[in-house]
Every structure is written in C-alpha cells, then in structure tokens.
Design a binder for this molecule. Structure first.
Ligand code: MSP
Length: 654
C-alpha cells in the first residue's frame, strides 16, 4: 500500500476582513513545516483555506452592502494574494462555500445523526458573534465574551444539539493514550482540566439567519459554523457521500498529521473536533499544535496596531524571508511573543546581515579575489580544522532535524546558526588572507572550499524558513537551484560539495539596516499607528464615491505606459502568477501578474497592455516584477486593460 502523505493544515481564516500578522504567523509556520518534510523527501499535503459562513460573515457582508458570496470572494482573494507574496507552498485551498465541502459536511452530519448523537431541543443562552461561540451567563465577564471582550448576545431558538457530554470519558482516554495529541504540554493540561470539569451538550444549528449549510432534511436550520468549519480538514481530503473506505476518496491524506492553530481556538480543535470524529467513527488527527499570540510593541493587537505590522508593508520594508525568519526565531512556537520593529531590525542586522549574509559575501569575495571565482577541492590541504568543521556540521544537521521534527522551530534555527558561527570562526582562524599572502595555495583552496561547502549545507537548513535565500545562496555558489531537491543527507553533508564550482559573487543577500533607515522606519511605524483605521484598507472594495479625490499633479506621478507582450510563462510553483516579458520603447521589462487563473500565457503574447512603469520593483515567488499590469477586477472576473487600436509600445497613458 502506498504510504500516506504528511498532512498538515492551518486554520481556515474568517474572511470578514483582510489578513493580518496573526494569520500570517500560523500560515508561515505551517509552510515551514511542510517545506521541512518535503526537504526530507516526504510527500506532503499542505492545506489552507477560508471560513466563509456564519453570522459574523453575514453581518460583515451586510455592513459592506454586499451579498455574502460576493463579499467572501473579495476577501478570500486577499488571503490568497498574501500567501502568494509570502511564498506559501500550499497544495490545496479550501473554501467552506465550495460544493465539495458542503457535501462532506452534510455527510458528517448524517453519520453523527445515525450514531444517535444529534437531537432536537431549544437553545437558551448567550452567543458571541465575533468568536461564533455559545456561553452560559456564568462564563461571561460582566456580560461580555470571556475571549474577545465583546458583548455576548442573548439567543433563544430551536436548535439541534450534539451529545458532547457522552464523549467526556472517551476524550480523556484519548488524551491519556496519545500524549502528543495536544501540544505543547501546557495546553494539553489545560484541555484535560477543561474536559474533567464536565462537558455540556453543544448546540450545532441556528435558525435566526440563513448564511451557512442547511441541516440535511431540515432547511429551516443552518449547521453551526464550527461544525461546518472543522470539517474542512476532512472534506479537502476527499471526505463526502459516496466516498470509498470510511467516506473518503481512495487515496486520502486523512488523518491529518498536524493541525496548526492559535491558542484561542484550541477548545474547538482539541475537544469538539475529536468528539465529532469519535461519534462518526472516523480516525482522529495525530496532533493539534497550538501556538501563542503576538502582541504588537507590547500591546494587544488592535486595528491601528495591526496597521503597523500589516504583512504587505512588512514584506515591502524588510523582505519576505526576513519576516518568515523573524517570527519563528524570535519566540518558541507555542508561547506568546511581542512583535517590535526594533527587535526585528536587530535580528536582521545580527543574524541575517552580520552572520549569514556576511559569511556568504566574505567567502565569495575572497574566492573571487584569490581564486578568480573558482572553488576547488584540494584534499592534500585538509587537517584537523576541517575534520572538526565536518563533525560539527553533521551533528548540527542531526539536531536541526530532530528539533524540526517535533516543531521546535526556534531550536532548529539555533542549530543551523551553530554552523554559521562555526564557519565564520573557521575562516577567522584559518585566515585565508594570510594564506594568500604566503602563497600557500593548497591550504587556501581547502579553506575557501570548506567555507563554501558550509554555505551549501546552510542553504538547505534555512530553505524551509527562507526559500528565496536558499536559492540565492545556491545561485551565488554556482549550484543549480534544482539540486536543492537532493536527499536531505546529501544536502547536509559537508563533503558532498562538488569537487569544483564556479561561484558568482552577488549583492549582499541581507543588507544591514543602518541608523538612518532605522529612524525612517520608526517614523513610518508611528505614522501608521496614529493614522489607525484611516490607512487601513476597508474590507470591501469602496464605491467610487468613497474614494478620496486626487489632484492632477498627483495623477501625473503615475507613469502609465502601453507595452507589448513579447513572451509569457507561468511562474514556477505558483497557481496565480504569470511572468510577462514586455517591450516599451526599445526597453524590455519582466513583469509578474496575478492573472494565471484568468488567462493562459499564450492568450497574452502579442497583446498591448497598460503598465504602471514607475512602481517600485517587488519580488514575487522569486521573480522580480518591474511594474504592474493594469486589470479590471469585477468580483471573481479579472480582465487586463488594453488600448483601442495599434499604438507604439512605450506610449504614455494619460
Ligand atoms: N475561522 C476560525 C478558524 C476555523 S478552523 C476550522 C478562526 N479564524 S481567524 O481568522 O479568526 O483566526 C485564525 C488564526 O489566526 C487563529 O489560529 C488565531 O489564533 C490566529 N491569530 C489571530 N490573531 C493572532 C495574534 N495576534 N497572534 C497570533 N495568532 C493570532 O479562528
């Protein structure tokens, strides 16, 4: 029987608003874990998606004056766009409005009903719409939700109930027999205490609104949004009516190996979800890993503070890889942490610029200066220092693997950085500049070769965290990026470095952020916080009358040009992006456009389109985009802008 892929999931995000740092954090972490398993040659299935039903969504859509589906389409696209920018390598994206999902949820309901675990009654109590959670009066704090602090609303309606109380003992048995089911341990204890405190049956349907999946055979009820949402992990793995063994399509990835979630939604994942599955006779996931929460500059995340850590802005300011690195290096996964720009800048300057970046730059600089760019293996020049370096790398790679396996990202990175500092020390003590002066060429080759070989290992170790950096290191070392898919043992063996390589010294991969730039950023942070909601893009596309007016001069700052598409190709590993080669008055540019779902590359070649030519370049999935193609966005439809008739490429659009 073929082995099952490693199956990892993020929560599915509410699309009542645009994504923020908290969402990015869970998703980056899951991406790192998925990439780590792929690096070890395992087949992986990485799922993310959006949670689109429920009262919270229905209300947000109403406030935006939009139909719920139109509203969720719009905001769902914002999540996909951010994941693209963050290089999130998901294999599947599920939306709870997908038909495949709705069918699977109805099937799960039928199974739980057939098990005798659903009965009809009346719910009388309080409900927090923001958390989509029921509370008793005793659980509330001054009438407010104990989780988010917002007022809870009274609810009194007919409802179906799930016999959660029946699963008290089976759940406790499961936690006992599978100590790794809830991680970290502190969270596991919290959940055990909660279940030991007694479980009440759970209301699993609502009648006061319609935006959701109808209860099978009783359309006056919609299924409780958490019953609906949690099922996504299974419906995306092919669970549904007519499925083979246990309701799943033949080659299913279920059960999930890891659900990554934030601590606020642990109870849903570690109590309700396994109880539904036990009832339906479906195998339970291996592990629910709950991470901590970020505060921002020492304070609880709010709209205006969130604005100071808007993921798009962070990427623009610091680069994707620095952000991915920072959030997993700064705090142990599982604990709370504080996001501060000053800490981020310090880490960039020390770990990335001074340590890793400088190791690459100084090594290749010397290789260029002393060896015309060529790294050569000279076995005659090897001695104890090389032996030591080799065994240090070997043991660091083992520690790294062990820590990553158990989701200790911070420890995994620390293990990788022992190689960075050992390689830097090795260079300092071997002093290649002295060897060059003394013309000890065999020894000089050996030292540079081993420094280069350490960098090759480092590229592999940082790859899950910083995929673009890994490729840049390979490219500067003169190694093909494709060879990063070699077996993990080979990638991390110092001695597997090729006998001879032609290096290509490039720009420093992480430039230092100097005092002046730091002060500039601090000013921008302060402005963003004080601008608060004003700079926060609204959740929905504003109506034309809501957009502020600009002067003609402001408009003139945009350099809009007609361009002709010379070539078009999909961007490697991207579902949304197309890379275009365009011509404008004798000049050629590469532009990346998020239109792969709307156009085949061939349809674009030869077309004359409109380019924002003076937009600051941005790197998307490893490709630098030198401008932006304009397109009209109408809900799910995206159409590029053209010109009426034959116009020379380069013509200005005014
Ligand atoms: N839709 C539900 C999840 C359903 S899963 C079947 C939901 N969505 S959410 O969009 O509100 O939150 C998603 C994730 O973002 C949660 O894991 C939550 O912990 C995380 N974060 C939200 N704010 C956060 C921080 N300030 N810090 C870290 N993560 C946080 O809940």
């Amino acid at each position: 029987m073929a082995s099952k892929p490693f199956y990892i999931t993020t929560p599915i995000y509410y699309v009542n608003d645009k994504p923020h740092l908290g969402h990015a954090y869970t998703t980056i972490a899951a991406d790192v874990k998925a990439r780590f398993h792929r690096l070890r040659g395992e087949e992986v299935r990485f799922l993310t998606g959006t949670d689109e039903h429920g009262q919270k969504l229905a209300r947000a859509a109403e406030e935006a004056g939009m139909a719920p589906k139109q509203f969720t389409d719009l905001n769902c696209a914002k999540f996909r766009e951010l994941w693209e920018k963050l290089n999130i390598s998901y294999d599947d994206f599920i939306r709870t409005t997908d038909d495949r999902h709705k069918r699977g949820v109805a099937e799960l309901w039928r199974r739980v009903l057939a098990a005798g675990d659903i009965y009809k009654g009346e719910y009388e109590g309080k409900y927090c719409v923001s958390c989509e959670t029921y509370f008793t009066d005793l659980q509330l704090l001054d009438g407010n939700c104990p989780d988010c602090g917002r007022p809870a609303e009274p609810v009194s309606e007919d409802s179906y109930f799930f016999r959660l109380s029946k699963y008290e003992k089976p759940l406790l048995d499961h936690y006992e027999r599978h100590p790794g089911f809830v991680m970290p341990d502190s969270r596991r204890n919290e959940i055990i205490r909660f279940v030991q405190g007694g479980l009440r049956d759970l209301s699993v349907s609502r009648t006061s609104f319609k935006w959701g999946i109808s209860v099978p055979d009783d359309p006056s009820h919609v299924i409780y949004v958490w019953f609906d949402a949690l099922s996504n992990y299974m419906t995306a793995a092919g669970f549904g009516p007519g499925g083979g063994g246990g309701g799943f399509a033949e080659a299913t990835a279920w059960p999930a190996d890891q659900h990554f979630i934030g601590k606020d939604i642990l109870r849903f994942h570690a109590v309700y979800w396994p109880a539904f599955l036990l009832s339906a006779g479906i195998p339970l996931p291996e592990q629910v890993y709950s991470h901590g929460w970020w505060t921002i500059e020492g304070q609880k995340m709010s709209k205006s503070l969130g604005n100071a850590v808007d993921p798009h802005w962070l990427i623009e300011e610091y680069g994707v890889d620095a952000i991915r690195y920072f959030v997993l290096r700064e705090i142990p996964f599982g604990l709370d942490g504080d996001f501060s720009h000053s800490h981020l800048i310090s880490r960039i300057n020390s770990d990335l610029a001074n340590d890793l970046g400088n190791l690459l730059h100084r090594t290749l600089n010397m290789v260029k200066r002393y060896r015309k760019g060529r790294l050569l293996r000279a076995p005659g020049g090897e001695g104890q220092a090389e032996e030591d370096l080799c065994s240090l790398v070997e043991s660091a790679a083992k520690t790294y693997e062990r820590e990553m396996e158990v989701t200790n990202f911070q420890e995994g990175l620390k293990a990788a950085w022992t190689v960075v500092s050992a390689a830097n020390k090795y260079i300092d003590s071997s002093a290649p500049w002295e060897l060059a002066k003394k013309k000890e060429s065999e020894r000089l080759d050996t030292v540079l070769y081993h420094a280069g070989a350490s960098l090759r290992v480092l590229a592999a170790l940082v790859l899950p965290f910083m995929p673009e950096t890994a490729e840049k290191i390979y490219s500067q070392l003169g190694l093909p990026a494709a060879s990063l898919s070699a077996p993990f043992r080979e990638l991390t063996a110092l001695r597997a470095f090729p006998e001879s390589v032609e290096t290509r010294l490039g720009e420093p991969i992480f430039p230092r952020i100097e005092e002046e730039a730091r002060a500039e950023i601090e000013k921008k942070v302060a402005a963003r916080i004080s601008a608060g909601d004003a700079v926060d893009a609204p959740a929905a596309e504003p109506g034309a009358e809501d957009v502020p007016q600009i002067t003609f001069d402001e408009f003139q700052r945009l350099d809009l040009r007609v361009v002709k598409v010379i070539a078009a190709a999909p961007v490697f590993k991207s579902k949304n992006l197309i890379k275009l080669e365009v011509e404008l008055s004798g000049e050629r540019r590469t532009v990346v456009a998020g239109i792969a779902k709307h156009y085949a590359p061939d349809q674009l070649v030869g077309r004359r389109l409109v380019l924002v030519a003076n937009l600051k370049p941005a790197t998307l999935m490893g490709v630098e985009s030198q401008g932006m193609i304009l397109a009209a966005v109408d809900g799910d439809r995206v159409r590029v802008l053209g010109v009426d008739g034959e116009v020379e490429p380069g013509a200005r659009v005014r």
